[in-house]
Design a protein around this ligand. Structure first.
Ligand code: FES
Length: 338
């Protein structure tokens, strides 16, 4: 951090906090106990800087110090330490260019050349007062390096060309989009997501219903109850789910299915953690419509369905049987539509 000194020749001038500034400073001040109100000095200086056209004159610092009951030197220390406080007039659009290592490795040096070519040497303001720039330390957006902050917004993943375009548009009064300048969502991978692409993460099939706590033992009443037995199915559906693998003959025994839901009303199998809309539709196509049917599955049935759905043990891992028993119990009020 280089030494930063006042460059304000008018140290005898005055600065009065505007009513709007005063209101905002009071809002920040109220966050702290009265005897600690000096803790609001950084936001107070930031607000005063905005009132003063983007920089802090020495009278503005004194006004803040008086407002918060602080010795002037304490406010000078803060204002001269943080590069967010400008100690000399800046342009309408003030560029803070990050030159710290991650941004440097990603091309910040070339961005400096762009600023020098368009604005002038570091710390200068264009003759029309539109643009100025300084180099600062890390602004905390390293994942989108190289980047700059212009007034209140970040412009990220820049190239010399894209930064030059931003500067030209701002100087000309055209609207400019803050944020990234490549195809990415915030700090996600460029070009789109590369992980967490499994649809099952988003289709609700892994959602845990509020009625079931994963890993919790089944209630004693439900465990002790004899497993409800599905009535004999008059007809077994044989249609496979379109999603099911066609080249796999599952081991085990296919569970007995129903031609249709009893009384025309299927249970909401999605209440079982691990079953989403797609899997529910597949189970229905197998003639499985009710919790008590799943609760009654034998080990061989579980093995068959697990293989049919290419689950590799997921039915056991998610403990569908215990969940189904609980949901099928009359006390759950969720199924057992007889
Ligand atoms: S190094 Fe540039 S934002 Fe962190």
């Amino acid at each position: 951090m280089s030494a930063r000194r006042f460059q304000d020749p008018d140290v005898t001038g005055t600065f009065v906090l505007s009513p709007d500034t005063e209101q905002q400073v009071a809002w920040w001040e109220a966050k702290y106990p009265r005897e600690r109100r000096q803790s609001a000095v950084i936001p107070a200086l930031w607000i005063a800087q905005k009132q003063n056209g983007g920089w802090l004159s020495e009278p503005a610092m004194r006004a803040v110090a008086d407002r918060l009951g602080m010795p002037y030197i304490r406010v000078y220390e803060v204002a001269t330490f943080y590069t967010m406080f400008n100690l000399a007039p800046v342009g309408t659009w003030h560029v803070q260019l990050c030159g710290t290592t991650p941004c440097a490795l990603r091309g910040a040096e070339a961005l400096k050349s762009t600023c020098e070519a368009r604005i002038g040497p570091k710390g200068s303001v264009t003759s029309d007062g539109k643009l100025s720039w300084v180099e600062v330390e890390c602004l905390g957006a390293c994942v989108n390096a190289p980047m700059v902050q212009i007034n209140d917004y970040y412009y990220e993943d820049l190239t010399p060309e894209s930064l030059a375009g931003v500067l030209e548009d701002l100087a000309a009064g055209r609207a400019v989009k803050p944020g990234t300048y490549v195809v990415r969502q915030t700090s996600a991978p460029e070009g789109g997501a590369t992980t967490l692409l499994d649809d099952a993460l988003y289709d609700g099939s892994r959602a845990v219903p509020l009625t079931v706590i994963p890993g919790a033992p089944a209630p004693a009443t439900a465990a002790a109850e004899p497993v409800a037995t599905a009535p004999a199915a008059p007809e077994i559906q044989t249609k496979r789910s379109p999603e099911a693998p066609v080249d796999v003959v599952p081991p085990g025994d296919r569970p007995q299915g129903l031609a249709s839901a009893r009384a025309g009303q299927a249970d909401d199998l999605k209440l079982i953690a691990g079953i989403g809309p797609k899997i529910e539709a597949t189970l229905n196509s197998l003639g499985v419509f009710h919790f008590d049917q799943i609760a009654a599955w034998t080990r061989a049935n579980v093995e068959w369905v697990d293989g049919y759905l290419s689950f590799k043990g997921r039915i056991d891992r998610e403990d569908w049987i215990a969940q189904a028993k609980q949901l099928a119990s009359p006390s759950s009020g969720k199924g057992a539509r007889e």
